[in-house]
Design a protein around this ligand. Structure first.
Ligand code: MG
Length: 214
């Protein structure tokens, strides 16, 4: 199932308006420093990570990204960025094209927690898709974590995480207040990664407990 250029459903929140970064800030709330050209959002190295002003709990997320061609670069220096769900859980963005068995730092990994089931990475300079179904942690009134964050991830239409439960936040999370809504955060890792077509559909936290026959 290819979701490249997917049309956002009516109820979707367009997180990137294709024109500017007015609904994004830096981690400390200053105006975002990334640039927009021809409807594409570009990392400006050194300006820092950017995050949405909106906050989310459970959601479906679609986005598209493109890694630069860096033939001399290796490992974590090759087209590195990242998509942080709620600002706390990083889905790695990296040029991992051609790697046989992807690891916990490769493209699509939950950084340092889960390697992708398969390597679905396209070559650099090609647009690629992430479609995420995210369920936030459930935290009791006494601040006990009753269920960890769960996610399913399709990378270029391939299922690479199947309803996994995360043990906690990944490195460089905005905070550890996992019971609170959080933003979508994109990482500046000094490489010229680009993004487009970013939207989310908020999901209800649970369905109705009743059944009313019609
Ligand atoms: Mg990264």
């Amino acid at each position: 199932m290819d979701t490249l250029n997917a049309t956002p459903p009516n109820q979707a929140l367009r997180l990137f308006n294709g024109q500017d970064v007015s609904n994004w800030t830096t981690r400390d709330g200053r105006p975002a420093g990334w640039k927009v050209e021809d409807g594409v959002l570009h990392v400006v190295p050194g300006t820092g990570d950017i995050m949405t002003t909106q906050r989310f709990t459970d959601f479906y997320l679609h986005l598209e990204f493109r890694c630069p061609d860096m033939p001399e670069a290796r490992g974590q220096g090759k087209g590195n960025s990242g998509v942080f769900l709620q600002g706390r859980y990083e889905i790695q963005v990296l040029d991992s094209y051609g790697i046989n068995i992807p690891g916990k730092g490769d493209c699509g990994a939950i950084y340092n927690q889960f390697a992708p089931l398969v390597n679905a990475c396209k070559p650099p300079l090609e647009w690629q898709t992430y479609d995420v179904i995210f369920r936030a942690p459930r935290v009791s009134d006494a601040q006990q974590i009753e269920a960890g964050a769960r996610l399913t991830l399709l990378f270029n239409g391939c299922v690479i995480h199947n309803n996994i439960e995360l043990p906690g936040v990944t490195g460089a999370a905005i905070d550890e207040r996992v019971g609170e809504p959080g933003p979508l955060l994109l990482q500046d890792h000094s490489n010229l990664v680009a993004y487009r077509n970013i939207w989310a559909v908020e999901l209800p936290l649970e369905g109705s407990p009743t059944y009313e026959p019609r």
